[in-house]
Design a protein around this ligand. Structure first.
Ligand SMILES: O=C(O)CCC(=O)C(=O)O
Ligand SMILES: [Fe+2]
Length: 253
């Protein structure tokens, strides 16, 4: 399955950034993250949110007023489980995280486009990028909360919601592996030209985020860079409940 359209329709400079917008905690080594994104198309951002914030955000799932739509994955062939897209204004700290993460990821995204021979460059500030989305008719917010129970899974997909797409997105694990749930691993696949697909499991603890390629990324070959096609998904949850917060930087048509 390809695009997960709406159902129915390196950082140079400072090594360590504290995302100061409380209660989001964690200091991220952005130089290391940029290197991982270059080499693997994904980077773990350890301990981005503290346990209390993870619990608070997971509990939002039940509060319908925060959301603009509710997707039952099995109805669309997306897997098994469910998710809800937030409404604007995004609850704290999702909006501030989206802005802060974007600012760190935009230079990486611009480097990728340069190497892939794609002309598009992303502005330094998320607000400017979102205005471009809105002018192109992509006006609906894409941050989402996902909820999985035993037997649920998320098929490999790409979160594209229109012509404009920021090439990196972030998912944050809000539940504690081994305690709240078992199974349910975050999986990335990479398809290289004329080769079979390669899968990678990204080990996450509660509060860890993974930044990863939405659809394409450059890989360094012997004769320059070439483009690979990435997808992500979640393996079957064996027991318990698993919640994730997805932060996608482009808005949806
Ligand atoms: O639940 C997950 O770990 C994956 C979530 C996802 O597909 C996303 O955030 O786009
Ligand atoms: Fe996704």
């Amino acid at each position: 399955m390809g695009c997960r359209a709406e159902a129915g329709a390196a950082a140079k400079g400072g090594r360590v950034l504290n995302i100061h917008s409380p209660p989001a905690a964690g200091s991220i080594d952005w130089a290391a993250a940029a290197t991982q994104l270059e080499r693997q198309g994904a980077a773990v951002l350890p301990n981005l949110l503290d346990a209390a914030t993870c619990r608070r955000l997971a509990a939002l799932y039940a509060e319908e007023a925060h959301f603009r739509s509710h997707i039952i994955m099995a109805r669309h062939g997306f897997g098994k489980g469910e998710y809800r897209y937030f409404r604007y204004p995004l609850p704290d700290p999702i909006g501030t995280l989206r802005t802060a993460l974007y600012a760190r990821l935009a230079p990486v995204a611009n480097g990728w486009n340069e190497r892939m021979g794609i002309e598009t460059r992303y502005p330094a500030e998320h607000q400017t990028f979102v205005e471009t989305c809105h002018q192109a008719g992509q006006q609906r917010p894409t941050p989402l909360l996902l909820q999985y129970g035993a037997g649920d899974y998320n098929c490999l997909h790409q979160d594209l919601y229109g012509d404009i797409a920021f090439p990196i997105q972030v998912a944050i694990l809000l539940s504690e592996p081994g305690k709240d749930f078992t199974g349910g691993e975050f999986v990335l696949t990479e398809q290289r030209p004329r080769m079979q697909s390669r899968a990678e499991v990204v080990p996450l603890r509660r509060g860890d985020a993974v930044a990863f390629a939405v659809h394409h990324r450059p890989v360094q070959g012997t004769r320059g860079s070439y483009r690979v096609n990435m997808r992500h998904g979640v393996s079957t949850v064996r027991s318990g409940h698993r919640h994730t917060l997805g932060i996608i930087f482009h808005d949806a048509r």
